[in-house]
Design a protein around this ligand. Structure first.
Ligand code: PLP
Length: 425
């Protein structure tokens, strides 16, 4: 089915007389007639629910819809995008292992990999998202277990060359994990370009209304764990905590990754979404295809206006022909990228501050991908501890403003930006 139809009707198919809308199953636990019935669930011999820390029907309906949207074989929801990326990485990386990651990724994920996972004994090498194949291949070690990048990076707005990264990963017998939060499966399906696992912060466009924090992991079902069994003992050798089940044997390429992440990581870490949050996420998904189109139209209109304005020094938006990522965007994002635009004011940090103070529609928020337009000056908020030189190196110079274009009229957004720029000297 077409992705537009999956957004509306995917994941949940009520039978005769059942609720039309996904039911919110607010129950921590589930009732069984015999201990034998429940025992089968604990042995992973039967599918079913016994405790909502591991799985809940409402969450699974929504995970299934996201799975269908990405064209994957299995999926799970998590309590946040951070949990999704942590689970995706930690599901295959143990102490002593190594990750190759794009340096152009979300700050939270960068900290997770560089600081927190390092404390767990997992090392990482960061590479530029536009590095050469030789540079990329040089980043691998014998301990490398995966490659990680973002389709469109938050906040740098770089575009990942997914095919090149997938080729390098596969040449080293490891999977490529792609965080597809900003593009969403409406604008890019990373599995079609060779990615093996896709993650999401559903907090962003999928929810789309700033209502519920959440995440998702989807398996493309193509990576052959057993063919590289020595690299992935967690998937390819018996799990003592499940009577010696070997995930890759029992659940195959299509199911092993998500089964293990659910049975082990969700069981032990408990980063579970609430059924209520999953319900809200599904309301967002029902209109994702319609909303993405408008977010992209507004992003393009605002980027073009800014690029022609005398008080603007530069604009980052891959929909602009002059953008360094335009060619990659034409390949991977032919129908549009996202609604997030970043730009620098010629007047520097002070001009950015004046500009933002005078905006009436665009609110100052630590958020993106919401129905309501919002903006942020990283130098005075998320990156406040850095000095001007450090900000420049981090790719968020003091004058940079990140604007997430919402679903309002683009004429009103441009008028708001124009009057705020008039207030800048
Ligand atoms: C926001 C974001 C995250 C983290 O997601 P949360 O839902 O805030 O935990 C991860 N990756 C990207 C690309 C993001 O934009």
């Amino acid at each position: 089915m077409n992705r537009d139809t999956i957004c509306v009707q995917g994941g949940y198919h009520p039978k005769n007389g059942e609720p039309r809308q996904i039911p919110i199953i607010e129950s921590t636990t589930f009732k069984y007639d015999t201990s034998e019935d429940m025992g089968k669930l604990f042995d992973l011999e039967a599918d079913g629910y016994f405790y909502s820390r591991l799985q809940n029907p409402t969450c699974d309906y929504v995970a299934k819809k996201i799975c269908e949207l990405e064209g994957g074989t299995a999926a799970m929801l998590t309590s946040s995008g951070q949990a999704a990326n942590f689970f995706a990485l930690f599901n295959i990386c143990n102490a002593g292992d190594h990750i190759v990651a794009s340096s152009s990724i979300y700050g939270g994920t960068y900290n997770l990999i560089r600081v927190t996972m390092a404390k767990m004994g997992v090392k990482a090498t960061f590479v530029s998202p536009c590095c050469t194949e030789a540079e990329l291949n040089a980043a691998f070690t014998p301990e490398t277990k995966c490659v990680f990048g973002e389709t469109i990076a938050n906040p740098a707005l770089t575009v990942l060359d997914i095919e090149t990264f997938a080729k390098a990963a596969h040449a080293h017998n490891v999977p490529l994990i792609v965080d597809n939060t900003f593009a969403t499966p409406i604008n890019c399906r990373p599995f079609a370009w060779g990615a093996d696992i896709v993650t999401h912060s559903t907090t962003k466009y999928m929810d789309g209304h700033g209502a519920a924090v959440g995440g998702a992991i989807v398996d493309g079902g193509k990576f052959d764990w057993m063919a590289h069994a020595e690299k992935f003992p967690g998937l390819c050798t018996p799990d003592d905590s499940y009577h010696g089940i070997t995930y890759a044997e029992k659940f195959g390429k299509e199911g092993a990754f998500i089964k293990k992440a659910t049975a082990q990581l969700m069981r032990d870490f408990g980063s579970t979404p609430s059924p209520q949050s999953a319900f809200l996420l599904n309301l967002g998904l029902e209109s994702l295809h319609v909303r993405m189109q408008r977010h992209c139209e507004n992003g393009q209109a605002v980027a073009e206006f800014l690029a022609s304005h005398p008080k603007i020094a530069y604009v980052n938006y891959c929909g602009l022909p002059k953008d360094p990522y335009h060619a990659l965007a034409q390949k991977y994002l032919p129908h549009g990228s996202c609604g997030v635009v970043s730009f620098g004011l010629k007047g520097g940090r002070a001009a950015a501050s004046t500009f933002m103070k005078h905006l009436k529609l665009a609110a100052i928020e630590t958020h993106v991908a919401d129905a309501r337009t919002c903006c942020l000056n990283p130098a005075s908020s998320t990156h406040r501890q850095m000095n001007d030189a450090e900000l420049k190196t981090a790719g968020v110079p003091a004058e940079l403003v990140r604007m997430s274009c919402g679903l309002e009229s683009s004429a009103d957004l441009i008028a708001d930006i124009a009057q705020a720029l008039d207030a800048v000297e």
